[in-house]
Ligand binder design. Structure first.
Ligand SMILES: [Zn+2]
Length: 694
């Protein structure tokens, strides 16, 4: 597992970095149904009793919010992302089901077998804990702390990631032509370090429930109540120490805070109680002399812990990570207990997703480019790619125009910004070259074995990049994914086939709605190259200041305006003993900057497009001007409902703002919105003073 440096347009709420998507252990016999589709422009979603100048999100989405409660198997329900994801997954399921029953190609045999193993709950039940026993036996042989490096690499080689830390290969932040070894903090099971550290009644309660959950899991696995309680206490003690030594997500957003090149020799001096060379060698990665130690403080603390914690505590910790890491693929009793704590208690999900949904997602995660090859043949017409090429070109032009006319930036910096913009590469739909999964062993009767093989394949694929040239054509998302991302080191924007359809993009609708939908998504990704994080990299993807000092200062003043504005927005209202929480303006700064810039440049691109067709922004379709349709189309991408639990979790872990603020924050910083809806200056959505970066 390595630290992911892609910047996606949204986080998938059900699967945070630390929590595996839960798998329903009970068999779901209900026949999967083709899901509803969301329209690109939906008059029935609008709440006409709301004033667009006071709360535009309520106006554009209010009726949808009222009539679309969160389904019982979700924590978050969005009119665009979630509904389309359900549709794509249904299409994927049809493909998997057919491949499981009657595969026609070796590829279909492989992903069909993977899916079938996941659906075969009878076999999962009959195996019990057998699939994790080899790992537990290895842990039981630990007799001194010196053996930890070998044990960790052995566990990983068997497909059971161990916790402790995240090691892998990444692009060198200062030389994007190089792929180097990297090591990051890790080791905790709760979604963020704050869950262990924050002193509030809510977090104290969660910690007590977590200890009870760990105890219950060990009891299910056959330990006595006394043993299980002792083990849970050890897990909590070690994870709390790891959480305290961790760098916060907000600090980690800044690349300089996660870039510390060490020689292996110096790294071994930093944390001498762990034989790093033995561990690296054990994983099978090639030789290297230097690596990026992203979070040195964490490894200093880990070094102390290795000495201070008794061996029995480490055994408990490792046993827990093996059990927890695979809980959602074990028999029903383990699945249910895992779901009850991580999904229900923490995130507010009422019930697990149907087994077919879980297994479709799991196969997509493990063998994404295998299933994706067939998926795009069925679901991604070449015309969609041509339309996207045109839209991307229109957005590139308007970002270039925007840079030229920025009031706060000097000529030298403008020239450098234009150069960086010209170097952004576009990837649309799916990879030119598919990854070869033929070496991943799949057995339709062995779910956990398949997961282990997929893990080791992925780990080896990643480790093999060490010292090799960067493959600029590689993708970080599978084709059916409803998402998009920018990568600062690649300086590229990526749009999987899954998002290039209604409600984001609709060939049959007027350009205003498409520019408000997919146009803003494209603009958002481009702007990431110039947000507070992306702007630290040059066009080649190297960390390097390319702005003049004066322009950099002006840039920081402007991004701080956005940070303090969004810190004033409420992310979850008070509930029970939990007080209201506001957004973290610095954690969400890059995304908010990209939302603001994306909206502006998509609007500019729309003006150009309408002018080329001899139309204007004031033309009326169905009672709304083109300008109004653009903003409503934009807002309706973000209509959503979410549980209180997930709102509170995401405010800590998600760099994106919730739909309400992605909408209202963006429009209130863009005067064209107030003009389009005839607002009076001074109203909430048309303030006299607003923030603007791009
Ligand atoms: Zn983004």
């Amino acid at each position: 597992m390595k630290y992911i440096r892609l910047i996606p347009i949204l986080v998938i709420a059900a699967a945070t970095a630390m929590v595996q998507l839960p798998l329903a252990a009970q068999t779901d016999n209900s026949k999967p149904q083709p899901p509803a589709e969301s329209k690109s422009f939906d008059l029935s979603a609008i709440d006409k009793t709301a004033d667009p100048c006071t709360d535009f999100y309520q106006y554009a989405c209010g009726n949808w919010i009222k009539t679309n409660p969160i389904p019982s198997d979700k924590t978050r329900w969005q009119r665009s992302f979630a509904v389309l994801s359900e549709r794509n997954r249904y299409l994927l399921w049809q493909e998997l089901e057919a491949a499981a029953k009657a595969p026609k190609t070796p590829l279909q045999k492989q992903y069909g077998g993977f899916y079938a193993a996941c659906m075969d709950t009878d076999t999962v039940e009959s195996k019990g804990l057998t699939p994790i026993q080899p790992a537990w036996k290895q842990i039981a042989t630990l007799s001194k702390a010196k053996q930890l490096p070998k044990l960790l690499s052995d566990l990983e080689n068997g497909g059971s990631p161990d916790g402790f830390f995240n090691f892998g290969v990444g692009i060198d932040e200062k030389d994007s032509s190089k792929q180097i070894a990297e090591i990051f903090q890790g080791g905790i099971s709760l979604p963020d370090r704050d869950y262990y550290i924050v002193d509030s009644p809510r977090f104290k309660g969660i910690r007590e429930q977590y200890i009870a959950h760990v105890t219950k899991m060990f009891t299910l696995a056959g330990d006595t109540a006394e043993q299980a309680a002792k083990e849970a206490a050890a897990v909590m003690e070690i994870e709390t120490a790891m959480a305290k030594a961790s760098t916060s997500r907000t600090e980690l957003r800044q690349p300089e805070n996660r870039y510390h090149i060490y020689t292996v020799v110096d790294f071994e001096k930093l944390a001498p109680n762990f034989d790093w060379s033995a561990y690296f060698k054990g994983t099978g990665i090639g030789h290297f002399d230097t690596l990026n130690v992203a979070t040195p403080n964490y490894f200093t603390a880990l070094n102390g812990l290795i000495q201070s914690e008794p061996l029995d505590s480490w055994k408990s910790y490792l046993r827990w990570h093996v059990l927890h890491g695979q809980a959602s693929s074990l028999p029903k009793a383990y699945f249910d207990e895992n779901f009850a704590f991580f999904s229900k208690t923490l995130a507010g999900q009422a019930e697990p997703e149907a087994r077919w949904k879980q297994c479709s997602s799991m196969t997509d995660r493990a063998l994404g480019e295998a299933v994706g090859q067939d998926w795009v043949k069925q679901n991604f017409p070449p015309a969609a790619k041509d339309s996207m090429d045109k839209l991307v070109a229109a957005l590139e032009k308007s970002l270039g125009d925007d840079i030229k006319t920025l009031p706060w930036m000097g000529e030298d910096t403008k020239k450098a910004a234009e150069e960086k913009l010209a170097m952004i590469r576009n990837k649309i739909g799916y990879p030119e070259k598919w990854r070869d999964y033929s070496s991943v062993k799949v057995d339709p009767k062995d779910l956990i074995g398949n997961l282990h093989h997929a893990f080791v394949y992925e780990r080896n694929y990643d480790n093999a990049k060490l010292g090799k040239p960067v493959d600029e054509k590689e993708w970080g998302m599978s084709p059916p994914t409803v998402n998009a991302y920018y990568s600062p080191s690649f300086n590229d924007i990526n749009f999987p086939a899954g998002i290039l359809q209604p409600p984001f993009f609709d060939a049959s609708i007027d350009p205003a709605v498409n520019f408000g939908g997919i146009g803003v998504v494209i603009g958002h990704e481009m702007t990431h190259g110039f947000d507070d994080q992306g702007a630290k990299y040059d066009g080649k993807g190297n960390l390097r200041q390319w702005q003049t000092d004066a322009d950099l200062k002006a840039f920081k003043d402007r991004t701080e305006c956005i940070a303090s504005e969004y810190s004033g927005f409420e992310a979850a209202p008070a509930k029970g003993d939990a007080p209201a929480v506001n957004l973290n303006g610095h954690l969400t700064l890059g995304e908010n900057t990209a939302d603001n810039g994306g909206l502006r440049i998509a609007y500019m691109a729309l003006l150009d497009t309408l002018a080329a067709q001899s139309k204007t922004i004031k033309d009326i379709i169905d009672d709304y001007t083109e300008a109004q349709r653009f903003f409503i189309g934009f807002a309706q991408v973000w209509c959503m409902n979410q549980t209180d639990g997930i709102a509170r979790q995401l405010v800590l872990v998600d760099p994106h703002s919730p739909g309400k603020w992605r909408t209202n924050g963006s429009v209130q910083n863009f005067d064209e919105f107030g003009k389009a809806f005839g607002c009076k200056q001074g109203q909430p959505m048309y303030p006299a003073n607003s923030c603007r970066v791009w």
